[in-house]
Design a protein around this ligand. Structure first.
Ligand code: HEC
Length: 110
């Protein structure tokens, strides 16, 4: 129950606004929280194809630690619309979830 409350608090925070630090930059501290949140979304929605940590044992599934997608817009668009054999998540995940999952994917990049 506590976990659900924490997650919805994060969701609400992001639905309203991207957290900024005092100088108006997107807060890295909050991005860290989003990455942790993104990992839980990844485990539920993505891991069955992409594998733990984004490295799949299945053929034809790209290794996410080597993605050439550059930022949350590019990764988020792909998650939203899907591509090839990857389903679209536009009806399954809200924008904050997609952003969190995208941040998590980008955090895997080596
Ligand atoms: C049914 C299996 C499946 C699921 C579920 C899935 N994906 Fe994918 N994903 C794929 C496949 C297949 C591709 C390759 C698409 C192509 O290029 O044709 C792909 C491509 C990607 C890419 C692009 C990688 C690159 O560098 O080109 C990203 C990023 C990605 N997926 C993230 C996610 C995330 C995040 C989720 C969960 C919200 C997810 N995927 C769920 C199968 C899946």
């Amino acid at each position: 129950m506590k976990k659900i409350l924490t997650l919805s608090a994060i969701t609400i925070a992001f639905a309203c606004n991207t957290p900024k630090d005092k100088s108006g930059n997107v807060s890295l501290e909050n991005d860290k929280d989003m990455i942790v949140y993104g990992q839980t979304i990844f485990a539920k929605n993505c891991q069955q194809c992409h594998g733990e940590g984004g490295v799949s044992m299945m053929p034809n599934i790209p290794n996410l630690t080597k993605t050439t997608l550059a930022d949350t817009d590019e990764v988020g668009n792909l998650i939203f619309h899907g591509k090839g054999n990857m389903p679209a998540f536009e009806e399954k995940l809200g924008e904050p979830e997609i952003r969190a999952a995208a941040l998590y994917v980008l955090s895997l990049k080596k």
